[in-house]
Design a protein around this ligand. Structure first.
Ligand code: PMP
Length: 444
């Protein structure tokens, strides 16, 4: 069965499949962090559904919530009619929101994927401001649907201005740490305020509090606060894309909480559906200027996903799994940094909570000649020191991302169900995207 399935699917499925295509695994069962293949082997799943599986696979509370809806005879599809299932989801979601949004927020259900919610957020800020352009950051990943509205005759025409995201290890300005973040903020200010820059007042700015696909790059808290100030001063709505960082993974329920920043709009998906497709935009209620029907999508009312999502959000909140992710994450980071000290092929280890990236480099690579490797190891992005924050010149080989679930099964009272020691590791590998180049930085 195993070989046949692999052969048929690789012959018929599109070449656009991602890194997972290289793994000769046919999962047939899964529980917690472990996947069992059709060949009987067991794997530790570090793919974790690209961040959807906050509680791991088939967590009992998620399965129970799904079964309850199925057994109740409730309709599975109702567009955006009001239902008890949706009511429970909205109530639980609002319990978790950052303090600044809880009392003044609205939620818009979107198509099933994160990218639908990103499109909705961009449409929303355009409608609310009457402006068109969008500010986004180098290395950002927000989805795959840039053309869908345009192709639908929507004349969406998004003009995106790219700004340098602070990145200690591959700092676009070559300094890293606090100076790199400071330069990024100044760069942003000067672009917005200089009439010669050609950047007209934008409709909004979108950012990831920890860039995910871009290489697991946590934004320094001070930088987040500066960016919030810059956007607030200029009445530019700030969109936090928490599709990947949400639901406890970074050590706070939402990653913006680390810096205390309240965005105007939050884009949420992945783990909020408890492993089923669900995507929403949450935003300040005064931005709710949409006409009825301004944003639709057939699958915006997925009842099973809402039930699974409610169970997940409640479980993470009630068991304070964000705190657990913070504790496990810092232990893991320090262990990985010890490893990095012994393995020159580990250029950098970075992350927040259990969202951790290990950047693999070629220490013998041409560009690496004569350079010290891994200058930022042990550094703290918020207290960076230029001497240690050398911009990595080693060619990147890849990025292993540890995207493990929050391992609820290992909580006290939940005996681990798998013998992890005998399992193999299933690791995501993404290419490290190119950054820059940037023209001369503004003077500090
Ligand atoms: N935003 C971020 C930050 C993401 O990481 C992703 C997916 N990796 C998306 C948006 C798009 O989500 P989806 O793949 O569900 O469209």
């Amino acid at each position: 069965m195993h070989e046949g399935i692999l052969r048929r699917q690789s012959a018929r499925e599109s070449a656009a499949r991602t890194y997972a295509r290289a793994l000769p695994i046919v999962p047939v069962r899964a529980r917690g962090l472990t996947i069992e293949g059709a060949d009987g082997r067991r794997y530790l799943d570090c793919l974790s559904g690209a961040g959807t599986l906050a509680l791991g696979h088939n967590h009992p509370v998620v399965l129970e919530a799904i079964r309850k809806v199925l057994d109740s005879g409730a309709p599975l599809h109702v567009l955006d009619l009001a239902t008890p299932v949706k009511d429970a989801f909205i109530t639980e979601l609002f319990r978790t929101l950052p303090p600044g949004l809880t009392d003044h927020a609205r939620v818009q259900f979107c198509g099933p994927a994160g990218t639908d919610a990103v499109e909705a957020a961009l449409k929303l800020v355009r409608a609310a401001t009457g402006r068109t352009g969008v500010l986004a950051f180098t290395g950002a990943y927000h989805g795959m649907t840039a053309g869908s509205l345009e192709a639908s005759g929507g004349a969406f025409d998004v003009r995106v201005t790219r700004l340098p995201y602070p990145h200690d290890y591959r700092c676009p300005f070559g300094v890293g740490g606090r100076p790199g973040a400071e330069l990024s903020a100044r760069w942003t200010e000067s672009l917005l305020d200089d009439p010669k820059s050609g950047v007209r007042p934008p409709a909004g700015m979108i950012l990831e509090p920890v860039q995910g696909e871009g290489g697991v790059i946590p934004a320094p808290d001070n930088w987040m606060r500066r960016i919030r100030q810059i956007t607030a001063d200029r009445a530019i709505p700030l969109i936090a894309d928490e599709v990947q960082t949400g639901v406890g993974r970074t050590g706070a329920f939402w990653a913006v909480e680390h810096s205390g920043v309240t965005p105007d709009v939050m884009v949420l998906s992945k783990a909020i559906g408890g492993s089923l497709p669900l995507a929403v935009v949450v935003y300040r209620d005064d931005l709710d200027v949409w006409e009825p029907g301004a944003h639709a999508g057939t699958f915006r009312g997925n009842q099973l996903a809402m039930a699974a999502g409610t169970a997940t959000l409640a479980y993470v909140r009630e068991n304070d799994l964000a705190h657990r992710a913070a504790t496990l994450g810092s232990r893991m980071l320090s262990q990985l940094r010890c490893m990095a000290a012994h393995f020159p092929c580990i250029g950098d280890v970075r992350g927040r909570g259990l969202m951790i990236g290990i950047e693999l480099v070629d220490p013998e690579g041409e560009r690496a000649q004569g350079l010290e490797w891994g200058g930022t190891l042990g550094g703290d992005s918020d207290h960076g020191h230029p001497a240690a924050a050398s911009t990595a010149a080693h060619p990147a080989v890849g990025l292993g991302t540890t995207v493990a679930g929050l391992d609820a099964h290992a909580l006290p009272g939940h005996a681990p169900r798998t013998d992890a020691a005998s399992a193999e590791l299933l690791v995501a590998e993404t290419a490290v995207p190119a950054q820059g180049p940037y023209p001369a930085a503004p003077e500090l």
